[in-house]
Write a protein that binds this ligand. Sequence first.
Ligand SMILES: [Zn+2]
Ligand SMILES: [Zn+2]
Length: 393
Amino acid sequence: MGFYKVNFLPMWLAALGLALIQPLSAVQILQASELPPNPQVSHVIHVSIDGLTASMLQDQLANDTTGRYAAFQRLVDEGASTFNARTDYDTTVTLPNHIGMLTARPLWQAEGVSDKHHHGFPHNALPEGDRMTLHNSGNEAAGYIYSVFDVVHDNGMSTALYASKDRFDIFDISYNETFGRGDSTGEDNGRDKIDYYANTNASLSAQPLHTIVMAELPQYHPNYTFIHYADPDYVGHVHAFGSDEYFDAVADVNGYLADLMRLIETDPVFRNNTVLIVASDHGGTDFKGHGDQTMPINYTVPLFVWGKDVAVNADLYDLNPTNRQDPGAERPPFDIDVVQPLRNGETGTLALDLLGLPSIPWSFMTNAMNVADFGYEGSTLKELFLPLVLLGR
Ligand SMILES: [Zn+2]
Ligand SMILES: [Zn+2]
């Protein structure tokens, strides 16, 4: 343990030593503030694939001779990605991780941070009645728990949530005209933060949900869309994660992604103005579960970013040399002294940054990861960057 703990002094000494050996001009040291700005787009489609296990998908892609996972391969070849992102530190179940993606908060209080920045909602079931919210059933010290939907909607843009498990009703209730917070940003866009909501609670396949998505997106063009596809998780619980049936479900999701990518490329509103983010809430085991948050197979998740001006065929850790650290096989905690891995819980913050909006008030994962190309040709990023600067961008 502890190799991801940043040891400031030896790094400074190493850098200093390098500077003494060769002229500084030979090594270009970029400050965090010199990272290129992220692409700015009018639309973000934020997808979560429930139970998409990083190592299983990676193995399938390595042996995919028939193009069964061609959309995933395009995300790797044409976008910025990693197969080594992390879930929430304390949980590898569905709802708390999705709350993380949509609020940029960890489940529990992080080391060295006040008690106002975690969501504190560990439940993973259908909300009881129509008055249970993240605000009244989560972290009491937080008061109102803002979401991506708040920031986008309060800034006059439109939002949509499409989910395939009924427990996602907690979002529709938490951000409706009764429980959503009043809009104090510019023009009053109202308390109901989610403009379009559909939930199919599919038994095995999210195809009915995807049908709704493909009918509504070209009609409404929400500026921010969150889509939850549950197929691999449902099938993983019945047949085991990594079973033939599980991979059939992953291939089905590949089809959904292909449809979304085609829509982004052909729709006159989405074309050249959209970024697609694909995340996962947790992995899963061959014994049909994923509840143990200490198991690498559960806490290791893939992350893909694809679309306008996103770096091509890039590793997300290479694009974030100063503010994120590849954790290897470890499970770094939310600790302000630890350089964080890329996490599923920071994808909402990325969505806001791409839309030109500020991060979520009182959230924890507030510094958007970089997804832009550095634009240096003929040099590897590792040569250009020394691990000198540890500021968030
Ligand atoms: Zn899940
Ligand atoms: Zn599950």
